[in-house]
Design a protein around this ligand. Structure first.
Ligand SMILES: [Zn+2]
Length: 446
């Protein structure tokens, strides 16, 4: 059986707010260290310090930034190393770019290309040329009949021109290493905290334990761990289908082949929305009654109302119970989809981002907050991870109101229906969406 390396993910349970506070603080501090390292060492002048990187680490240790931030050593140093990796990969991207430019430059002779490829391959030579320092020529280029001065100038010019254009993405996360950074006790993961020897418990959704560097992505109330692992291909025979999936609020999962899983998800969530709304109306009335009682000097009565009608425990418990019920409905739908469709590859869209600038109505925002699409997406990714199913995301642009039959712009008819006035195609909006995902994917991937 073939082996391959891939990233596996592990999800934490919902974490208490003080743990989340620490994690968010850490994300901020980590990003600051990365940014500073990046700014100081991404230029041409630092090229010689990048490998193996001790110089950078030592200089950053001596800078006092760690003490200023109050950051544990384990996190501080990994942030520096993370930034170094990003800087090196930026140089790698740039070198590939220059190689391509040289390959497509018709003004270069074969020998001139050889010279450029060789210099780019020898990091120290390339660095010396950029910094205008002396260097020893690699044997390969010694006898080449080329104008080295001109080619070196070309390398410097192209490097300056393209280096700034390569951006490195930022994310809400950090890296942790085994032992000093994390360990397990009684099956619970514990990570280093701000105080020495005081670890913070991170309960996980499953019992897997790692012993390598992990990347931690921090979400609103939980974290996602990512680890590279070597695996054997484990998909059973017959799991060869490619499916295109629309993730929705009305029906959880709609496929471009017309199959629907988790039909009527909205009935569950609408019921809960209604229940919460009427509950809140009732609570408002009780609040009013308590206010009146207080005004009339009936403190006893007000206390009785507070205790019996305005408690939050029962309210929260009921809310949690309903959430759990909806989540298990979604889980069952996902399991059914996987076992019936037997996919080896699943294509979905990226989540639609609601930015700060967006002007959504309050009610729409509330709806979004209660939407389970994020949950469906995460669980789907998790299940695909466990089963080695490939999952691909494409941008959601042109998968909504475009007609999957003729490509013209259609409209939302009543409720969840899509209608195209041009060709007359009509279907569930989610089915039209899934068909568009398939069309778009096939167009771009042959
Ligand atoms: Zn149409």
């Amino acid at each position: 059986m073939a082996t391959y390396t891939k990233n596996v993910r592990q999800y934490s349970r919902k974490l208490p707010s003080d743990t989340m506070e620490f994690l968010w603080w850490l994300v901020g501090a980590y990003a600051k260290v990365k940014k500073t390292t990046y700014e100081r060492y991404s230029g041409i002048g630092s090229l010689g310090k990048l490998t193996p990187g001790y110089t950078v680490l030592n200089e950053m240790r001596a800078s006092g930034m760690r003490q200023e931030l109050g950051m544990p050593v384990v996190y501080y140093e990994l942030a520096i190393l993370d930034a170094l990796t990003a800087i090196k990969s930026r140089w790698g991207i740039l070198r590939d770019k220059l190689k391509r430019l040289a390959a497509f430059n018709e003004g270069f002779s074969k020998e001139e290309r050889t010279y450029i490829y060789t210099v780019l391959k020898w990091g120290s030579v390339y660095a010396a040329i950029l910094q205008g320092k002396d260097y020893e020529e690699p044997n390969l280029v010694k006898g080449l009949p080329v104008d080295k001065h001109r080619l070196n100038n070309w390398l410097c010019r192209q490097t300056r021109k393209h280096l700034g254009k390569i951006q490195v993405t930022r994310e809400a996360g950090f890296t942790i290493s085994p032992k000093a950074g994390y360990s397990y006790k009684n099956g619970v993961m514990r990570i280093a905290g701000r105080q020495p020897r005081k670890r913070i418990a991170i309960p996980l959704r499953d019992g897997r334990q790692f012993s390598r560097q992990l990347h931690v992505e921090v979400k609103e109330d939980h974290i996602i761990l990512t680890a590279p692992v070597t695996r054997e291909s484990s998909l059973s025979e017959g799991w060869t289908n490619e499916i295109y999936v629309h993730i929705g609020n009305v029906d959880a999962l709609t496929l471009s082949n017309g199959h629907v899983y988790g039909e009527g998800l909205n009935k569950l969530t609408d019921m809960e929305t209604e229940r919460l709304d009427s509950k809140n109306r009732l609570r408002n009335r009780y609040r009013e009654a308590r206010r009146e009682a207080l005004e009339k000097g009936k403190a006893d009565k007000a206390a009785v109302i507070s205790a019996h009608n305005l408690g939050t425990m029962k309210y929260q418990r009921q809310k949690e119970r309903n959430r759990a019920r909806t989540e298990s409905f979604i889980n069952a739908a996902l399991n059914r989809m996987l076992s019936e469709e037997k996919p080896c590859r699943i294509i979905i869209t990226y989540p639609v981002k609601v930015g700060k600038g967006s002007r959504l109505a309050k009610s729409a925002k509330r709806k979004l907050a209660r939407s389970f699409r994020g949950f469906i997406r995460e669980r789907l990714e998790e299940k695909c991870e466990e089963r080695s199913i490939e999952i691909l995301r494409i941008p959601s642009k042109d998968t909504g109101l475009v007609c999957s039959n003729c490509g013209k712009t259609g409209r939302t008819a009543s409720g969840n229906r899509f209608r195209c006035d041009y060709c007359g195609y009509e279907a569930a909006a989610s089915l039209n969406g899934a068909r568009n995902i398939e069309k778009k994917y096939r167009m771009e991937h042959g």
